[in-house]
Write a protein that binds this ligand. Structure first.
Ligand code: FE2
Ligand code: FE2
Length: 172
């Protein structure tokens, strides 16, 4: 396999795992907000979840076309992310926004790195990831606007968890 293909394979695999995680976090939060009849947050998180679905659908399709196997840890991300969504939303809306902010700032950096890597390798994929990065930056801002800088330790913890998940997904 060419080095180029290897880079693309790695990118698709880690992003597919990441977008599964994103989808599950938002679904966990939506589940809690629905349970507690919190219409405002339910709507805001549904909107972000809808964009995550677009991201995940794209990487799923690409993985299928290119015959790229999912990360072996995908089932763990699935469960872990849902738990993270549920638990942050149970602490309260502010903690849920802290979670969004913490995850999305790491994903924004992660996508920026990939956009650089894809220079002269795959401009279609590069364009898509640029679009997704803008969505993630927008999610980050929504989190930032509503989190009131609360729960700083939780934020650090989620930053680190997200970094660890990326590290693992790139290698499994
Ligand atoms: Fe996403
Ligand atoms: Fe996002």
């Amino acid at each position: 396999m060419f080095a180029k293909d290897k880079i693309i394979e790695r990118i698709v695999r880690v992003n597919q795992a990441g977008e599964i995680g994103a989808q599950r976090i938002y679904n966990g939060q939506k589940f809690v907000f629905k349970l507690f009849n919190n219409k405002k947050e339910y709507e805001i998180f549904s909107e972000m979840a809808q964009e995550e679905k677009e991201h995940l659908d794209y990487f799923n399709k690409l993985a299928k076309e290119k015959n790229i196997k999912p990360s072996k840890l995908a089932p763990l991300f699935d469960i872990g992310a849902f738990a993270m969504g549920v638990s942050t939303a149970l602490i309260g809306p502010k903690a849920a926004y802290v979670c969004t902010e913490a995850v999305e700032e790491i994903i924004e950096q992660h996508y920026s790195k990939q956009i650089d890597q894809l220079d002269k390798i795959d401009t279609d994929l590069q364009k898509k990831i640029s679009k997704f990065r803008n969505d993630e930056a927008h999610h980050k801002e929504t989190g930032n606007k509503n989190s009131d800088k609360s729960h700083p330790i939780l934020k650090k913890l989620i930053n680190k968890t997200t970094e660890a998940a990326i590290f693992l997904a790139e290698r499994t």
